[in-house]
Design a protein around this ligand. Structure first.
Ligand code: URA
Length: 220
C-alpha cells in the first residue's frame, strides 16, 4: 500500500473512532484461523480449541476409517469407551454400528466415522447449543477434507447440528437432504444407542443405510 493510501486508511479508522489496533490476528471461537489442508492439521487445530470439555475428557476423539470414503457417518459425541481409546464408536453403540454396516455389506475400512464433538461431554450429557456452534465449522472442514458423496447423520443431535434445523429425527429420518456448505447428500437416521433401547426400529436404520449405499453407487 502506498503511503498516501495508508494515510487515508488510517484517517478512516480514526473517523470511525478506532484508536488502538493491537493485532490483525483475531480469533473468533468457531472460526478457523489458518488454511487447513490435511486431517492432521485439522486435528491439531481442534486439539487447541479452548473448551471446558477438555478438562473432563481423557482423549480427543477425532475420526476413524477410510479417508477417501464415499460414505461418512456422523455421530454426536464420544462416550466413555471412545474417550478411553480416542476412537469413535468403540463402545456398545459402536458394536451395533459394525453390525449395521455388515448388514449392508460394509465394514469400517470402507467408511469414515466422526462426531459433532471431539471431546466427551461430562456424564455423557447431550452437547449444548454453544458446544455445537463452536465445533460445527470444524465438522464442516472435516467433511470437506473427506469429501464423501453421502453422510449418514446418526441421531437427532448430529442431524440438528449439521442441518441447523429444529425438526426432530422422527420427522427427518430417511429423508435425503442437502445443505449449502457441503456437496454430499445427507441421510438422517436413528442413533445406534437408540436402537439398543428400541430394537424394533432397526429395520428403518437398515433401510437408510441401504439407501445410502445406493446413492453412493449411483452418484458421480
Ligand atoms: N455415540 C456417538 O454419538 N459417538 C460415539 O463416538 C460413540 C457413541
Amino acid at each position: 500500500m502506498k503511503e498516501k493510501e495508508f494515510h487515508h486508511v488510517l484517517e478512516w479508522f480514526l473517523d470511525a473512532g478506532v484508536s488502538d489496533i493491537t493485532s490483525n490476528e483475531r480469533f473468533i471461537p468457531g472460526e478457523t484461523k489458518k488454511e487447513i489442508s490435511t486431517l492432521a492439521e485439522l486435528k491439531e487445530v481442534i486439539a487447541q480449541i479452548d473448551t471446558p470439555l477438555k478438562n473432563c475428557a481423557l482423549n480427543i476423539v477425532f475420526g476413524v476409517g477410510n479417508e477417501k470414503a464415499d460414505l461418512l457417518l456422523l455421530g454426536e459425541a464420544p462416550g466413555a469407551e471412545e474417550d478411553k481409546y480416542g476412537v469413535p464408536f468403540v463402545g456398545q453403540s459402536g458394536k451395533l454400528l459394525d453390525k449395521i454396516l455388515a448388514s449392508v455389506g460394509l465394514d469400517r475400512t470402507e467408511v469414515y466415522i466422526t462426531n459433532i464433538l471431539p471431546w466427551r461431554p461430562p456424564g455423557n450429557r447431550t452437547p449444548t447449543n454453544q458446544e455445537i456452534e463452536l465445533f460445527r465449522p470444524y465438522v464442516l472442514q472435516h467433511i470437506a477434507l473427506i469429501d464423501p458423496k453421502v453422510i449418514i447423520c446418526l441421531g437427532g443431535t448430529a442431524t440438528k447440528a449439521l442441518l441447523q434445523t429444529s425438526q426432530g429425527i422422527v420427522q427427518l429420518r430417511g429423508k435425503k437432504t442437502k445443505i449449502d456448505a457441503i456437496s454430499a447428500e445427507i441421510i438422517p437416521t436413528f442413533h445406534p444407542a437408540y436402537l439398543l433401547r428400541s430394537p424394533s426400529q432397526k429395520r428403518e436404520v437398515w433401510l437408510d443405510f441401504l439407501n445410502a449405499v445406493n446413492v453412493v453407487g449411483c452418484v458421480g
